[in-house]
Design a protein around this ligand. Structure first.
Ligand SMILES: CC(C)(COP(=O)(O)OP(=O)(O)OC[C@H]1O[C@@H](n2cnc3c(N)ncnc32)[C@H](O)[C@@H]1OP(=O)(O)O)[C@@H](O)C(=O)NCCC(=O)NCCS
Length: 191
């Protein structure tokens, strides 16, 4: 396995994974093991790569088997859910700090092909992404749909994210989670 930032040539492989596990196109068989909510167009993938260097991928040989997004709030402001989260930042305290678009960024979605779940891919991809963003921001913020219990378990119990609060948006219930970017990811084996 190896980990690197995606380049534009990787977009078709990432889009195929997104299609397989997006809430609108996922199979009934896969749905209980989690789904991604944010839908990226090809142009949004390209902007994430070019402007934020924020698309981390895991490869098994040449095959893309997982991805994790990370970007400044400015990038995410195109989506209504993130507009809501941005407006709520000043009402939120974490690690003794009031959150802002300067001291935090948004991580996720992360998506791992089912054949690679329950392996080192989760901590290693998270750690790779953390190392990219740590020089820019001290705090990671993300959200998880309350019905995505596998993702919640993975992020709280395996990766050590903290639940900051819960919120409702568009009739869905979400956890708002945070991570201290100075902490090395538990159980990562990158190097
Ligand atoms: C969420 C995701 C990244 C987590 O990575 P992962 O490699 O599957 O995580 P792990 O298997 O190491 O940890 C998940 C935990 O939930 C448990 N679990 C497995 N299936 C589960 C289910 N259907 N419901 C609840 N928990 C479940 C696992 O057993 C494991 O805990 P354990 O090791 O103590 O048994 C991955 O499952 C995924 O890509 N899912 C599809 C897309 C997605 O949901 N992305 C996140 C959006 S917020």
């Amino acid at each position: 396995m190896h980990y690197r930032n995606a380049e534009k040539e990787d977009i078709p492989g990432i889009a195929a994974l997104q299609q397989k596990y997006h809430v609108s196109t996922i199979s009934d068989e896969d749905r209980p093991d989690g789904f991604v909510t944010t839908l990226f167009s090809e142009a949004q993938f390209a902007e994430l790569i070019e402007k934020e260097n924020g698309l981390a991928i895991a490869l098994d040989g040449e095959k893309i088997v997982a991805y994790a997004m990370a970007a400044s709030w400015q990038y995410w402001s195109a989506w209504p859910l993130f507009q809501y989260m941005i407006e709520d930042l000043p009402n939120t305290e974490y690690l003794g700090q009031r959150l802002s678009t300067e001291n935090s960024y948004q991580y996720g979605p992360i998506c791992i092909h089912r054949d690679y779940r329950g392996t080192e891919v989760l901590p290693n991809l998270f750690e790779f992404s953390r190392r990219q963003m740590a020089p820019r921001f001290p705090i990671l913020i993300t959200f998880i749909n309350k019905i995505n219990t596998r993702s919640f378990k993975a992020h709280t119990e395996k990766l050590g994210l903290d639940v900051i609060k819960t919120f409702e948006f568009n009739n869905n219930q979400y956890y708002d989670l945070g991570y201290d970017m100075s902490k090395v990811t538990p159980k990562q084996t990158l190097f």
